[in-house]
Design a protein around this ligand. Structure first.
Ligand SMILES: [Fe+2]
Length: 467
C-alpha cells in the first residue's frame, strides 16, 4: 500500500469515528463534578423549623393562585393551640380600606399523628399588579405578610417563574431555596413540580415532617404563590398503617383552584398567569383513556387561546424524556398517551421532577409508532416541547448520578447537581430560561436557553442552533 493510500484510509477511518461520535452522542454531559457528601435532613431543632412565638400563632403560612386568571389567592396556615379565627384581613398597599375574607378549617389524623387546625381562605376580586398586605391569626397572635398580584392576563405581559422540584428539607434543600431567593432574576411565582416534604421517608410517615416543611418554606411561599404539582411522595399510601386514602396529608394541607378549570380533582388543573397558561398533571392519578384526567385534558388543550396566553407550560412529576438510570422510562405510559396532543397543541415546555438531577432535552417527539411500523425513536420536531427535569431540589434521598451512556440524542444538557431554574417571559415570542447549581454564586447560570414561542415564533431555538 502506497503512502498516499494509507493516509487516505486513515482519514476515512478518522472521519468514520468522528461521525459515529457525533451521531451517537446527544448534547452535553456537564463535566462539573460535585463533591460527594451525604444529603442529610436538618434536625427538628433547627432554626429553619422554629415555631413562631405567641399563643396560637399561625405557622406554615402559604399562598397559591386561587382562581383561573390570577385575581384570587388562597391563603393557608396552621394553628395548634385552638382553631382560632379563620379570617384573613387584607388591604392594598396604597389603601386604608381593610377587607376581610372568611376561610374554613380542617384537620386530619394519619396513623398516630393528629394535625393542627389547617386554615384555607380564598381572597377574591383582587386588582392586578398590586401589592397587598394580609394578616392572619386575628384575635390572638397576628402575623402579617404580603404578596403582589400578577399583571392582567395578556399576550405580552412579562413574568418570571421559578422552578423547584423534589425539595425535601435537607441542608441542600435550604441552599436551593436560598439560591432561588437570592437569584437576581427575581422569580415572582414558583412552579413546583412535586415531592414536597419527604415525610413518608420517616417511620410511620411521620407527619411532623410535613409541619417542619411548611415552616421551612414559609419564608418564600407566604410572599409569592407556589403552584403545586403532586409527586409520589405526596401519595402517603400506607395500608400497613391503615392509611389507604392516597394524598391525604397533601390534599388537606395544600389547596389548589382546580374547580376554576372544571377539573374534578385537585391533582390536575390549569391556571392563567400573566402571559402563561399552566397545565398541571398528575403522574399518580389515573390518566388512561376515559379516565377523568384524560377527559379533562382532552377538553382543556383546545381551550388554550395563544393570542391571550402565548406560553403553554405543562407541569408533571415523572419525566417523559430522562436519560438517568433512575426512574428510567417511568413516565413512558403517560408519554405514549398524551404526547401527540402536546405536539398538536404546540406546548412550549414541560417541567418535571422525580429524578434528582438536572436535564434539558432537545425539541423531540416520538409519536409515529403504531405497533407494526417499528418507528419508535425520538426525532427532532420543531413543534414539540422542550422537556426539563428539575428534580434537583436537594432532598434527603441524594443525587441521581448514574446516567445512560452514551447520552441519547434527545438529551441536550444534563448534570447531577442540586439547583433551581427560572423561566423569564419577555413577550409573546421570547423567554429566557436559566438553571443554577447550588455550588455557584447566586447569579451564575450553569445552563441557559432562549425559548422561542412555539405559536408565535416557531423557529429553531435549540442551543446547538444558537451557538
Ligand atoms: Fe418523585
Amino acid at each position: 500500500m502506497g503512502a498516499s493510500k494509507a493516509t487516505f484510509l486513515l482519514a476515512v477511518i478518522a472521519a468514520a469515528v468522528l461521525n459515529a461520535a457525533v451521531l451517537c452522542s446527544g448534547g452535553i454531559t456537564s463535566s462539573f463534578v460535585r463533591k460527594v457528601e451525604k444529603t442529610v435532613d436538618m434536625p427538628l431543632y433547627s432554626d429553619i423549623f422554629k415555631v413562631p412565638p405567641g399563643y396560637n400563632a399561625p405557622q406554615q403560612v402559604h399562598i397559591t393562585q386561587g382562581d383561573h386568571e390570577g385575581k384570587a389567592v388562597i391563603v393557608s396556615w396552621v394553628t395548634v393551640d385552638e382553631p382560632g379565627s379563620n379570617t384573613v384581613l387584607y388591604w392594598a398597599e396604597n389603601s386604608n380600606q381593610k377587607n376581610k375574607a372568611k376561610g374554613s378549617i380542617t384537620k386530619y389524623k394519619f396513623y398516630n399523628y393528629t394535625s393542627g387546625y389547617i386554615h384555607h381562605c380564598t381572597i377574591r376580586r383582587l386588582e392586578y399588579n398590586t401589592k397587598y398586605y394580609y394578616e392572619v391569626g386575628i384575635g390572638h397572635t397576628t402575623r402579617k405578610f404580603w404578596f403582589t398580584t400578577p399583571p392582567e392576563v395578556g399576550p405580552d405581559a412579562p413574568y418570571t417563574f421559578g422552578l423547584i422540584g423534589d425539595l425535601g428539607q435537607s441542608y441542600d434543600s435550604n441552599k436551593t431555596l436560598t439560591h432561588y431567593e437570592q437569584n437576581p432574576a427575581k422569580g415572582q411565582t414558583v412552579l413546583f413540580v412535586g415531592d414536597l416534604s419527604y415525610a413518608d421517608n420517616y417511620p410511620n410517615h411521620d407527619n411532623v415532617r410535613w409541619d417542619t416543611w411548611g415552616r421551612f418554606v414559609e419564608r418564600s411561599v407566604a410572599y409569592q404563590p407556589w403552584i403545586w404539582t403532586a409527586g409520589n411522595h405526596e401519595l402517603d399510601f400506607a395500608p400497613e398503617l391503615g392509611e389507604t386514602k392516597p394524598f391525604k396529608p397533601y390534599s388537606h394541607r395544600y389547596h389548589v383552584p382546580f374547580k376554576a378549570s372544571n377539573s374534578t380533582a385537585p391533582f390536575w388543573y390549569s391556571i392563567k398567569r400573566a402571559s402563561a397558561y399552566i397545565i398541571v398533571l398528575s403522574s399518580y392519578s389515573a390518566y388512561g383513556k376515559y379516565t377523568p384526567q384524560y377527559e379533562w385534558l382532552k377538553e382543556e388543550l383546545p381551550k388554550v387561546n395563544r393570542s391571550e396566553t402565548p406560553w403553554l407550560i405543562v407541569l408533571v412529576h415523572s419525566p417523559w424524556y430522562n436519560s438517568y438510570n433512575y426512574h428510567f422510562m417511568e413516565g413512558e405510559t403517560m408519554r405514549v398517551i398524551y404526547e401527540p396532543w402536546f405536539v398538536q397543541y404546540k406546548v412550549d415546555v414541560v417541567f418535571a421532577g422525580h429524578v434528582h438531577a438536572y436535564e434539558r432535552s432537545e425539541r423531540v417527539s416520538n409519536i409515529a409508532y403504531n405497533v407494526v411500523n417499528g418507528i419508535c425513536t425520538p426525532v427532532k420536531n420543531p413543534l414539540a416541547p422542550v422537556y426539563i427535569t428539575i428534580g434537583d431540589g436537594g432532598n434527603l434521598e441524594g443525587l441521581a448520578t448514574n446516567m445512560t451512556e452514551p447520552q441519547p440524542k434527545y438529551s441536550a444538557f444534563r448534570e447531577a447537581s442540586f439547583g433551581h431554574a427560572t423561566f423569564s417571559i419577555k413577550n409573546r415570542t421570547h423567554a429566557y430560561y436559566s438553571w443554577h447549581r447550588n455550588q455557584d454564586g447566586y447569579a451564575v447560570e450553569a445552563d441557559s436557553m432562549w425559548f422561542f414561542n412555539r405559536y408565535w415564533h416557531p423557529v429553531d431555538d435549540s442551543t446547538t442552533a444558537q451557538s
